[in-house]
Design a protein around this ligand. Structure first.
Ligand SMILES: NC(=O)c1ccc[n+]([C@@H]2O[C@H](COP(=O)([O-])OP(=O)(O)OC[C@H]3O[C@@H](n4cnc5c(N)ncnc54)[C@H](O)[C@@H]3O)[C@@H](O)[C@H]2O)c1
Length: 282
C-alpha cells in the first residue's frame, strides 16, 4: 500500500454512489478515514459498513447549511480532525431550457451544485484554521462547467460557478496553506446518467452499456470513463503529491474539452431518447 493519505481525515459528499463512492474507497485504501455524507441513507450506510472502522456515514443533505456544518463536526468528533473536504454531491438538477426556464428549479440547482460547494469551503476552512492551517478542498464541476451544450442551463451555470468560486477561494485561502481545486468529469458511467434520463434502476446497467457503446467512439480517447478514473485524480488533489497545486480545474474527460466536440452533449440526449423509445416499444 502506498498510503498517500495516511492519518488524513476526509469528508466526501455524495459518497454513497458513483464518483464519491469510488473516491471514498480509494481514500480509505490509501490510509484515510472518511466520513461519507449523502441523502441515500441505505447505500451510504452499506458503503461505510463495507469499509469498516475507516469510514462513517452521516445523513447529509448538502442543500441544508446546517448539514454541511454537521458533517465537518462529525469528522472532528469521530476522527479528531479534517484534512480533505470533497464537495461532490449532486444530480442533473433542473433540465428546463432557457426559453422555458423554471426559476425555482434554477435556484434549487444552484443551491445543490454551487451553494453547497461554497458552504463546504466555509466549514472546512474554519476547521482547517482552527487546526492551524493547511488542508485540501476538492469540488466537482463538470465538462458542463467548461463548455455549453453538455447539459441544461441550470446545471451548466452551476458547474461554471464552481470553477469561479474555487478561483476566489485561492485568494482567500492559499495564504493559510489551504488548497482548493476542481475536477471536471466528462462522460463517466455512474447512476447519474440513468437518473438524468429517467431510466428505471432495473435498466440502468443496460443503459450505461448502451451509452458507452454509442458515445465512447465519439470521444478523442475512444471510450467513456469510469468513476475509479475520477477517484484517482481526486486522490492526487487530496494528497501531498499536489502540495503546490491550487486553483486548477482538471478535466477528466478523455480529451473531450481539448478539441471541438460539435454537438456531443446533444448526441447524449439523442442516444438516451433512442434507448428509452426502444425500451418502451419492447
Ligand atoms: N457521471 C458523470 O458523467 C459526471 C460528469 C460531470 C460531473 N459529474 C458530477 O459528479 C458528481 C457526482 O455524480 P455521480 O456521477 O457520481 O452521480 P451519482 O448519482 O452516482 O452520485 C451522486 C450522489 O450524490 C448524492 N446526492 C444527490 N443530491 C444530494 C444532496 N442534496 N445531498 C447529499 N447528497 C446528494 C446522491 O444520492 C448520490 O449518491 C456530481 O456533482 C455530478 O454533477 C458527474
Amino acid at each position: 500500500m502506498t498510503a498517500l493519505l495516511l492519518r488524513k481525515v476526509a469528508v466526501v459528499t455524495g459518497g454513497a454512489s458513483g464518483i464519491g463512492l469510488a473516491s471514498a474507497e480509494r481514500f480509505v485504501a490509501e490510509g484515510a478515514r472518511v466520513v461519507i455524507g449523502d441523502i441515500a441513507d441505505d447505500h451510504g450506510r452499506a458503503v461505510a459498513d463495507r469499509l469498516g472502522d475507516a469510514a462513517t456515514f452521516v445523513h447529509t443533505d448538502v442543500t441544508d447549511e446546517s448539514a454541511i456544518e454537521g458533517i465537518v463536526a462529525a469528522a472532528v468528533a469521530t476522527y479528531g480532525r479534517l484534512d480533505v473536504m470533497f464537495n461532490n454531491a449532486g444530480n442533473q438538477g433542473d433540465v428546463s431550457s432557457l426559453s422555458d426556464l423554471d426559476a425555482d428549479g434554477f435556484d434549487r440547482t444552484l443551491a445543490l451544485l454551487t451553494r453547497s460547494v461554497a458552504l463546504g469551503h466555509k466549514y472546512a476552512s474554519r476547521q482547517f484554521r482552527a487546526q492551524g492551517g493547511g488542508g485540501a478542498i476538492i469540488s466537482t464541476s463538470s465538462t458542463a462547467g467548461l463548455q455549453g451544450a453538455w447539459a441544461g442551463p441550470a446545471y451548466t451555470a452551476a458547474k461554471h460557478a464552481v470553477i469561479g468560486l474555487v478561483r476566489q477561494a485561492v485568494a482567500e485561502l492559499a495564504p493559510l496553506g489551504i488548497r482548493s481545486n476542481v475536477i471536471a468529469p466528462g462522460t463517466i458511467m455512474t447512476p447519474i446518467m440513468a437518473n438524468a434520463f429517467g431510466v428505471p434502476a432495473a435498466q440502468a446497467r443496460e443503459f450505461l452499456a448502451y451509452l458507452a457503446q454509442e458515445l465512447g467512439p465519439k470521444l478523442p480517447i475512444g471510450r467513456v470513463g469510469v468513476p475509479e478514473e475520477v477517484a484517482d485524480v481526486a486522490l492526487f488533489l487530496a494528497s501531498d503529491l499536489s502540495r503546490y497545486v491550487t486553483g486548477v480545474t482538471v478535466p477528466i474527460d478523455g480529451g473531450a474539452t481539448a478539441v471541438t466536440q460539435g454537438t456531443f452533449g446533444i448526441d447524449v440526449v439523442k442516444a438516451a431518447e433512442m434507448f428509452t423509445q426502444g425500451a418502451r416499444a419492447a
